[in-house]
Design a binder for this molecule. Sequence first.
Ligand SMILES: C[S@@+](CC[C@H](N)C(=O)[O-])C[C@H]1O[C@@H](n2cnc3c(N)ncnc32)[C@H](O)[C@@H]1O
Length: 252
Amino acid sequence: MTGQSGRESGASDTFDTTATAPSSAMQQGASSSPRTESQDDPARAMDRMYRMTRHIYDVTRRYYLLGRDRMLERVATDDGSATLEVGCGTARNLIKLAKRPHCGNLYGLDASHEMLETAAASIRKAGVGEITLRQGLAEQLDARTMFDREEGFDTIFFSYCLSMVPAWEGAIEAALANLKPGGQMVIVDFWDQADLPGWFAAGLKKWLALFHVFYRPDVHTALATLGTSGRAEVTFESVSKRYAYIAIVRKK
Ligand SMILES: C[S@@+](CC[C@H](N)C(=O)[O-])C[C@H]1O[C@@H](n2cnc3c(N)ncnc32)[C@H](O)[C@@H]1O
């Protein structure tokens, strides 16, 4: 069962959140590519970080993960659409999408088994339709092997996830590779706080580092470069005086 130590991380585990089958929620699926334990294993690191805090995550994060609802407004869904959140955490965002009358097919990927347990419980509690959850790493995203999708996704979004992923370049490339042509990647994450007082920006960066969260100017630069590369159209918008940014990357 998930949520216990000794699990093989790096595997693609299945979290069945079908609302009509609560007793079978969170069956662990077939795993692949088991890895040896290592302090550097990103999935184990995330499990350690969220083992306790996942229980208070949604209540506490609402005050500083700004712009998430605005980001969701940029995510278009319809009955046939396929939308994936990478680093879905407690599924707070996916549940909001699932409450739309035309939400299409919703998927969540997260490194942390612990977070996915909370996500599965929250989805059942919310009484929304099925959201398919898988354990795995952003940088290893593969629509076919992880989600049984040949076609890729219409939208892949990252909400305060890339700032936690050391392999962020791989995560962006994997998302692009798993989007349909014309599909879009939507990102909300910490920006440079350049329009806020210096003491605030410095304090925030120190505090975020305690949680392994880093403002990465290189991510912003890489996204801007994508926009000039001919591979995608990229637009940015500021949230609360550059506290955060929302990037929309439309794959050509
Ligand atoms: C700050 S939380 C944000 C959760 C959610 N997106 C939200 O907006 O509430 C970041 C999430 O990214 C996940 N994560 C971190 N590194 C990851 C990786 N390499 N691959 C997939 N998920 C990752 C963490 O486990 C965590 O659930």
